[in-house]
Design a protein around this ligand. Structure first.
Ligand code: 13P
Length: 262
């Protein structure tokens, strides 16, 4: 039987939200999270301009927050960039790096994602390193090769201790925003592969949280989270609806509680 880990559910708002809507959503999530069992950790990654608002509304709640990307630099003449220490100034604890939308639309290489991961760790935040394959790559039988290189490129730049401080999110590109989630078995297979790669880096890294992302909804969350190597989810669309997001968090709590009893 796998080791029981705390379940973690993180919302990735992407480029959504305005002040008034955010206030309603954040207050509902903060309140709902208060009723979740202790074995669930909840977070939201918001657009950077709303960090101050997020901090004001979530401070003192169970919900952590953070950003969706950081610069590969700590400061300097990099117009438009947001540095990890800036996110820290607003109480962030999490920073997504290497989301497939950034790799695709901003041409972020595996090496750049690795450097960003280092910047996040140096700032004292937890990086959520995203990996995932396209449909074409999956159909060509290249899933392990693709996600293996994405993860190994990051791990190569980290010490054994640093590698134990990351979170990894497996997000198959064909499942993002499509309504077509990976099956629980498909996701579990890739997670087990990623876990083995992490274990090869260091014993401590084998225990990092592995999140699944891609069309997670209240009705498929529990089955996904029940898999031994799926420690939670990175939630896009459903994180914008408080009821759906909280239902997914609740599913994580139910699964966690079940496993504790086993
Ligand atoms: P969806 O949940 O909207 O498919 O998005 C997943 C995602 O990309 C989270 O980072």
């Amino acid at each position: 039987m796998s080791k029981q880990r705390t379940k973690l559910v993180v919302g990735n708002w992407k480029m959504h939200g305005r002040l008034a809507d955010n206030a309603v959503l954040l207050e509902a999530v903060a309140q709902g999270a208060g009723a979740l069992p202790a074995n669930v950790r909840v977070g939201v990654c918001v657009p950077s301009p709303y960090l101050a608002q997020t901090q004001a509304l979530l401070d003192g709640s169970r919900v952590e927050w953070g950003v969706q990307d950081v610069s590969a630099y700590t400061h300097g003449a990099y117009t438009g960039e947001v540095a990890a220490p800036m996110a820290l100034d607003f109480g962030s604890r999490l920073a997504i790096v290497g989301h497939s939308e950034r790799r695709a639309y901003h041409r972020e290489s595996a090496e750049l994602v690795a450097v960003k991961t280092q910047r996040v760790l140096e700032a004292g935040l937890t990086p959520i390193v995203c990996v995932g394959e396209t449909l074409e790559e999956r159909e060509a039988g290249k899933t392990q090769q693709v996600v293996g290189v994405q993860l190994d490129t990051v791990l190569a730049k980290l010490s054994a201790q640093e590698s134990a401080r990351i979170i990894v999110a497996y997000e198959p590109i064909w499942a993002i925003g499509t309504g077509k989630s990976a099956t629980a078995q498909q996701a579990q297979d890739v997670h087990a592969f990623l876990r083995a790669r992490l274990a090869a880096k260091s014993a401590a890294a084998a225990d990092v949280a592995l999140l699944y992302g891609g069309s997670v909804k209240p009705d498929n969350a529990e089955e996904l989270f029940r898999q031994p190597d799926i420690d939670g989810g990175l939630i896009g669309g459903a994180s914008l609806k408080d009821k759906d997001f909280l239902a997914i968090c609740k599913a994580a709590g139910a699964v966690g509680a079940l496993s504790v009893k086993q």
